[in-house]
Write a protein that binds this ligand. Structure first.
Ligand code: ADP
Ligand code: MG
Length: 195
């Protein structure tokens, strides 16, 4: 299967919500990561007791080297309570995390996504070049597991990833970064509305 060009985009018609934010410096990126983390917690707790269960979220991060993708993932993980290191998964392709969410008081867990623990997988597919690796490494299961999957260089996996819930595109602008966020699903939209 051919690898997609780096700037291949999803059809504009599929965008449910689009927001653009200027991130003037790294502190602004950290603040966005914090808002995103709070949004994830809120959407996850609502969906698990709402009309349909939270089924995880796929978030694609698009931008050149140095655009700030890893910085945003790191800020999000920190705001979700992860205190250890956040390594760029450049060589490992994926780094797994487990974070503990605030207690929402809900006991209903219709999707078996038990308790307050939430799995977060941080992918960097920059060096990904063989779809067979996808199957061999069991990556599909990561995306079907109710986890948050944050994916740098999603273009390298082409159609293997399917349609994401959210896409964050980062572009250098002046000394800062322009973040264009697009939601492609209702949970993605619910998240973005809170950012
Ligand atoms: P990527 O993962 O996209 O290759 P990194 O997050 O590893 O990029 O590196 C981004 C670089 O840009 C870091 O040096 C970081 O300090 C800096 N940076 C991140 N966000 C901003 C911002 N909003 N404005 C200016 N510099 C930023
Ligand atoms: Mg990176």
């Amino acid at each position: 299967m051919p690898v997609q060009p780096d700037h291949a985009t999803l059809p504009a018609a599929d965008v449910l919500l689009e927001r653009t934010t200027m991130l003037a410096d790294e502190a602004a990126t950290a603040a966005f990561g914090e808002r995103f983390a709070r949004a994830l917690e809120a959407v996850r707790s609502e969906r698990r007791i709402g009309e349909y269960a939270f089924k995880g979220l796929q978030v694609q991060l698009i931008g050149d080297l140095g655009a700030g993708k890893t910085t945003l993932v790191r800020a999000t993980l920190r705001a979700l309570g992860h205190t250890g290191r956040v390594r760029s998964p450049t060589y490992t392709l994926v780094e797994p995390y487990t974070v503990e969410l605030p207690d929402t008081g809900s006991r209903a867990e219709p999707n078996g996504n038990a308790g307050r623990e939430l799995a977060v997988y941080h992918f960097d597919l920059y060096r990904f070049n063989d779809p067979a690796e996808w199957a061999d490494a069991g990556f599909r299961e990561y995306f079907d597991s109710g986890a948050i999957c944050l994916v740098e260089w999603p273009q390298r996996a082409g159609a293997l990833l399917g349609v994401p819930d959210l896409v964050f595109s980062l572009d250098v602008e002046g000394d800062g970064r322009r973040l264009t966020a697009r939601a492609y699903s209702e949970p993605g939209k619910a998240c973005l509305e809170r950012c």
